[in-house]
Design a protein around this ligand. Sequence first.
Ligand code: DAH
Length: 340
Amino acid sequence: MRTQLETLKNTALDALKKAADIRALEELRVRFLGKKGELTAVLKQMGALAPEERPVIGGLANDLRALLEEAIENASKRLEKAALSARLRNETVDVTMPGRAVKLGRRHPMSIVIDEVYDIFLGMGFSVADGPEVETTYYCFDALNTFEGHPARDERDTFYFDEKTILRTQTSSVQIRTMEKTKPPIRIISPGRTYRKDEIDATHSPMFHQIEGLVVDSGITMADLKGCLETLMKGLYGAETRLRFRPHHFPYTEPSAEVDLQCFVCGGKGCRMCKGEGWIELLGAGMVHPQVLRNCDIDPEVYSGFAFGVGIERLALMRFDITDMRLLFENDVRFLRQFV
Ligand code: DAH
């Protein structure tokens, strides 16, 4: 039996040394030390020994069990360590690898201009009003003194859903909605999309944006309108900016004016930009017509007001020296990347 134990010891130690992973190790433990294992099989033969031999062999068997348990414990530590370093090796991060660049979005040139206009007007105590793009003909035309058959309505008559519902052709409709809801003093601007039956070219689009402005209070005069628009344009284009007010006609203002900007390319001498005029047409404006005030239950004997409407695309083209309006809508990132 001594030799049996000796052989068992050698086989077991040898096998433990070769165990490749924790599972193989566990199998070896069962094979040598388990209830039906090889050591137990040897001990079962104890009965055949001479009585004085039994404690000796029993002692040797216990020593062997302890030895093997320790060897298994050591092998297990070795395998765990190996597994850990293998994992570390596989999961290493290569800190020298270049990172993936994060692409930051930018504001659209139109948004930049709208934000600048907000800044200027909020600084003058205005608030921002909103109105629907799908509008009734009442708010878009009738309440603005532009009745059916009016020539000004003809050229604007555009996308109809039914006889009384259209895509708004101008943000002026928000004037009426505001005056119906709020009593003077009123100071609002209202930016938004507008729609007309224009063909697309470098300066036209069937969808474009306007900012409407409206001030109603007691004692408002044309001088307030001029001061307000000068503040806007100097804020956008610099202190040297010069404006010209030309008499014009809008059904909802009296008097009405078209406002031109002195050409920023030639300084008024005449060039290709301003088509030799020296001035660039910018916006429509005027003193709110007394009938429009009356339509909104505001007494024109007590209150007066001014209003204006300006195309935002046009402001953006001039703000950034862009020559074709279509660039604003195509959303080509190579173009948009240029604006901060
Ligand atoms: N609604 C005009 C347009 O679309 C612009 C305009 C002119 C707005 C005079 C006004 C105004 O508020 O008073 O061309």
